[in-house]
Design a protein around this ligand. Structure first.
Ligand SMILES: CC(C)(COP(=O)(O)OP(=O)(O)OC[C@H]1O[C@@H](n2cnc3c(N)ncnc32)[C@H](O)[C@@H]1OP(=O)(O)O)[C@@H](O)C(=O)NCCC(=O)NCCS
Length: 182
C-alpha cells in the first residue's frame, strides 16, 4: 500500500492559513460526516461508512485541513471490475472555503498518488442541477485535455420514485497517468 510520503502545504490565499492535503485516518470519520452534512446537495452517509472510507479506502480518499478544521473531502475508489478507473463518490468543500481551488486540487492530488498509477479514467455521477459539480469536472477534463462523456445512470422516476434528481454518469478520459513513481 502506498501513502503520500509527506503532507503537502499549499497556500491557497496569502492571508489565510495554508490548506494541508493528506490521507484520512480513522479519527477523521466524524469530521468528514459533519462536513458532508453541511453540504445540502450531498446525500448523507452513515458514520460507519465514513469510518470505512477513512480506513479501508484511505488510499483513494483525501482531505484538506485548515488549522484543525476539515474543510475539504474527496471519497473515491477503483471499482473492482474497472481497475483503470477512479470513481469519485463525493467531493465536499465547506461553504466558507469554496471558490479557492480546493476541490480541484483534491481530485488532482488523488490522481497524482502512486496508488492511481494505472488510472486512465475518472468517473462520477452528477445531478442535473449541481452547477458547481458540472463546472468542477468540466474544468478537470479541460486541464487533463481529455473528453468528458455523460449518460443517464439513475432515472428520477424509474429509480428514485421521484424522490431524488436523476444522476448522470460522467466519464473523463482516457488520459495519461498523472501518478508519480513511488
Ligand atoms: C462542488 C464543490 C466541491 C466545489 O468546490 P470548490 O473548492 O469551490 O471548487 P474549486 O474552487 O476547485 O472550483 C473548481 C471549478 O469549478 C468552478 N466552480 C466551483 N463552484 C462553482 C459554482 N458554484 N458555480 C460555477 N462554477 C463553480 C470553479 O470556477 C472552477 O472552475 P475553473 O477551474 O474553470 O475556474 C463545492 O461547491 C461543494 O462542496 N458543493 C457541495 C457538495 C457537492 O455538490 N459536491 C459535488 C458533488 S459530489
Amino acid at each position: 500500500m502506498q501513502l503520500l510520503a509527506t503532507e503537502e502545504r499549499i497556500r491557497v490565499e496569502p492571508e489565510r492559513e495554508p490548506a494541508v492535503f493528506r490521507r484520512p485516518r480513522l479519527e477523521d470519520g466524524k469530521a468528514v460526516q459533519e462536513l458532508i452534512a453541511s453540504c445540502a446537495s450531498l446525500d448523507d452517509n452513515s458514520l460507519y461508512c465514513n469510518f470505512l472510507q477513512c480506513t479501508h479506502f484511505a488510499d483513494t480518499c483525501m482531505l484538506a485541513e485548515q488549522g484543525d478544521k476539515v474543510v475539504g473531502w474527496i471519497s473515491a475508489y477503483r471499482p473492482p471490475r474497472e481497475p483503470d478507473t477512479l470513481f469519485v463518490w463525493q467531493v465536499a468543500v465547506s461553504p466558507e472555503a469554496r471558490g479557492r481551488g480546493i476541490a480541484g486540487r483534491l481530485v488532482v492530488r488523488l490522481l497524482e498518488s502512486p496508488t492511481c498509477r494505472d488510472v486512465k479514467r475518472l468517473r462520477a455521477t452528477i445531478t442535473p442541477s449541481n452547477t458547481a459539480s458540472w463546472r468542477l469536472f468540466g474544468s478537470i477534463a479541460d486541464s487533463l485535455d481529455a473528453p468528458l462523456n455523460r449518460q443517464l445512470w439513475l432515472d428520477a422516476e424509474a429509480d428514485f420514485d421521484g424522490d431524488h434528481e436523476a444522476e448522470f454518469m460522467i466519464t473523463i478520459g482516457p488520459f495519461p497517468s498523472l501518478a508519480q513513481s513511488a
